[in-house]
Write a protein that binds this ligand. Structure first.
Ligand code: 9G3
Length: 566
């Protein structure tokens, strides 16, 4: 491709509102342009990379036994009413009306559509298992789109759905997809981890997220420093046992603690460690209030509260709600002498507190010498806290460390969550009607492109891995007014393409400095500079990744490229 023919609008300066490296570089190197908040156009170079990522995905989906189809982005609201999600999703689901005023959703995901397709076609276990996928734009009206392609409102997703007649078959299909995902991200040159995750609103239990390690990732991964264990911090199990002390239980005592509200203040007030304090938070789970407890040096994980209570929504009670339910301000809430009908759930860590400190449910008062077994009635113990760095790894091997990750893939064992609601059934081998058992598997394709840019770049610009680079070679005559440089470049352009290389030929009448700066930004793996020694047939070959450079005669060029671009 000649650069004078294509469209690569590079920028000199770093755009002000781009906060992360990939967003800055993809803008500056002319790969993307923002249309409006969270909505982007992919310029020719990015379009080529998307094609390469998608082809890697297609190859691995075929290996995993999935067939490609394409579903509509416009989804009739009736389907979402059948699954109940028309009402459970808020403004994030983009909705519109057609000319007959009928309501539609713009596809945020396709469980409803694919399930409605299959329920009319698949009637017998003989047709199962079946795995189908598509690669298509998705629409989610994010409250805060940011970081360029990493969190957009229109983005490209590969979403796959598998259908099974048994749990074992789903387990098999899930494992095949797990392996396919590992190969896809490996081939894209990404340093990633598959982490045990929380299934969120999707229900089902087994689910893994594929996380690209990056400081700009929004998720926190808890991983073992010696084993392969890794989990999203939202669900990583925390220890359920703690060393028991040996203090004799003392008399419970209510003490005046004027205006001492936070755990820090209370610990300082009593000159005690935070481990002695009981942190009490009032939550609203669906329509009920629940008091959740955790040891003062830990934090409550609201996802674990939600999963334990099997609630649809869980929120921290507002200060007003807390005051009306507990009769005191937030800082003085506690489990001792709480309202009799209030459900109290607690992290295991509280169980081992001896002669602890807790709010007295009275303004400016706390209890000291709280011994939960003796003083707190009807407490339910479970794992409610966030895992912390240094905790023992849940697999018993090593200690937990944290890393930040960008979620580029998420796979789920859905079970019958959609097939029951939408009556998608099949006849099993005994002639009995059963709901289809489903799995679903997503990859953020545009997010993968941005993640590769995050992990493959340096201070001068992008440095694309060979597997996804828009072109293999950047061919640059230093001065297009010098006849021998142009004629040698034209010859090389023709020959390299005949040898199967994808060549970007910078034939622009720009100063050399501009061309080289653009070339560093664009980040193709190899640059061939045709300069002063063109008349002798010599060119410079430079490797973008490590700056390695070679002066070679054009006759040795294909040999050298063969070794550099293998
Ligand atoms: C919505 C909106 C946002 C959503 C969803 C639905 C996330 C939604 C979860 C999934 C699950 C899987 C198939 C591919 C893999 C992921 N955000 N999810 O369902 F209406 Cl507005 O998308 N879907």
């Amino acid at each position: 491709m000649k650069q004078s023919m294509t469209f690569i609008p590079t920028l000199r300066e770093v755009p002000a509102d781009a906060e992360v490296k990939s967003h800055q570089l993809l803008l500056r190197a002319g790969y993307i342009r923002q249309n409006t908040s969270g909505i982007y156009s992919y310029m020719p170079l990015a379009a080529k990379i998307l094609q390469k990522i998608q082809n890697i995905i297609r190859e691995e989906m075929e290996n995993a036994g999935a067939a490609e189809l394409l579903m509509p982005a416009l989804q009739q609201s009736e389907l979402w009413q059948e699954s109940g999600r028309w009402f459970s999703y808020g403004p994030e689901l983009m909705r519109l009306r057609d000319r007959h005023n009928r309501e539609f959703a713009l596809g945020a995901t396709h469980e409803e559509v694919i399930t409605s397709l299959l329920r009319d076609e698949v009637k017998s276990y003989k047709r199962l298992p079946l795995a189908l996928y598509q690669i298509q734009s998705k629409f989610r009206d994010e409250k805060r789109p940011r970081f360029g392609l990493l969190r957009g409102r229109e983005f490209i997703m590969k979403d796959a759905y598998s259908f099974h007649s048994s749990q074992e078959s789903l387990d098999e299909g899930y494992d095949k997809m797990f392996e396919a995902y590992s190969r896809i991200f490996e081939r894209c040159g990404l340093d990633f981890r598959a982490v045990i995750a929380d299934s969120g609103a999707m229900g089902g239990k087994d689910t893994h997220e594929f996380m690209v390690l990056s400081e700009v990732g929004e998720d926190t991964i808890a991983y073992s420093d010696t084993s392969k264990y890794a989990a999203n911090i939202e669900m990583a199990p925390a220890p359920s046992e703690y060393a028991a002390g040996n203090e004799a239980p003392k008399e419970l005592e209510k003490t005046e603690t004027p205006d001492q509200k936070t755990i820090e203040e209370i610990a300082a007030f009593f000159d005690a460690s935070k481990e002695k304090c009981i942190k009490s938070l009032l939550f609203k789970a669906d329509d009920d209030y629940v008091l959740a407890l955790v040891r003062g040096d830990f934090d409550i994980n609201d996802i674990k509260v939600k999963n334990y209570l099997e609630a649809r929504t869980v929120e921290l009670a507002t200060p007003e709600e807390t005051e009306s339910v507990m009769g005191c301000k937030v800082g003085f809430v506690g489990p001792v002498s709480a309202p009799a009908d209030l459900k109290i759930i607690s992290d295991y860590s509280v169980k081992y507190i001896e002669n602890g400190i807790a709010g007295a449910n009275e303004q400016d008062f706390h209890f000291v010498n709280v011994n939960p077994e003796r003083d707190i009635k009807g407490i339910e113990y479970t794992d409610l806290r966030f895992i912390q760095e240094g905790d023992a790894s849940p697999d018993g091997q090593g200690r937990i460390k944290f890393a930040r990750g960008i979620e580029v893939g998420h796979i789920f064992k859905l079970g019958t969550r959609y097939s029951v609601d939408m009556n998608a059934v099949f006849l099993d081998e005994n002639g009995r009607t059963q709901p289809l058992i489903m799995g679903c598997y997503g990859i953020g394709v545009s997010r993968t492109l941005a993640s590769i840019a995050e992990q493959h770049s340096d201070e001068k610009g992008l440095v694309w891995p060979l597997s996804v680079t828009p072109f293999h070679v950047h061919l640059i005559p230093v001065n297009v007014k010098t006849e021998e440089q142009v004629s040698l470049s034209d010859t090389l352009y023709k020959e390299l393409k005949q040898q199967g290389y994808e060549v970007l030929y910078d034939d622009r009448a720009e100063r050399a400095g501009v061309k080289f700066a653009d070339s560093d930004l664009i980040g193709l793996p190899v640059r061939i500079t045709v300069g002063k020694r063109a008349s002798e047939g010599y060119v410079e070959v430079k490797v973008r990744k490590n700056g390695e450079s070679h002066e070679v005669h054009k006759d040795e060029l294909s040999g050298l490229l063969g070794s550099l671009l293998k």
